[in-house]
Design a protein around this ligand. Sequence first.
Ligand code: ATP
Length: 239
Amino acid sequence: MSRTLLSVERIDARHGLLQAVREVSLTVVEGETLALVGANGAGKTTLLRTIAGAHRPAGGRIVFDGEDVTHVPAHRRVRIGIALVPEGRKLFPELTVEENLRVAAAAGRPGCWTVDAVLEAFPLLQPLRRKRAASLSGGEQQATAIGRALMTNPRLLLLDEVSLGLAPVAVEGVYRSLATLVETGTTIVLVEQDLGRALGVASRVVCMLEGRLVLEGRAGELSREQVTEAYFGLEAGAR
Ligand code: ATP
């Protein structure tokens, strides 16, 4: 029986008066890849940021490895192994690739991820090690952002729309590297707009609609049609 690493228990999250996440509960077991899908504004980013401690929930609990972390600040969640790759990457533009990686190492846990290990997992970064982040392409920046999160040696990696704004070839590269991470047993929660990609990489899929979880299942057992219906809030057969 796999071990539960993360439990999200009836989480409510707001932006002012707007309730972006409504009583969402889900669990993530060690070693699995969970894809979180849903239309624009469904609440995926808010939920991911709440798990990372970047957004304070209005209700509910987040339990990580048996510890209630609901009120633990984001920087301490990094120390216990929760790392977020935010939408838009948010690198230090004036620092080099290597410097961006090293800065993160100081914030995280000790472990096997080093600069060399990241460069091995993301070969496209090898010749760019001493280049400033601002000078990189979108795909190269995304690889650096994922590498930066890995440098904290996370037990849970949260990825927010890693393919957003990338050329198809760059998306391919990023997903190839993600597949390697999945194979090595990294536990991942991934927000992805592209259903095909989500179903391809994930072991389990949950779909959000207007702040609620409306569908959950193993990737191999859900049809694309079922996920599409949940995504757009269509009744089965109503299209
Ligand atoms: P997207 O794919 O567009 O990022 P999402 O599923 O990640 O969508 P969220 O970004 O979590 O959804 O947004 C959920 C709701 O909260 C939306 O109605 C959005 O407009 C609103 N929202 C998100 N961030 C803020 C904010 N900083 N201030 C006010 N409202 C916000």
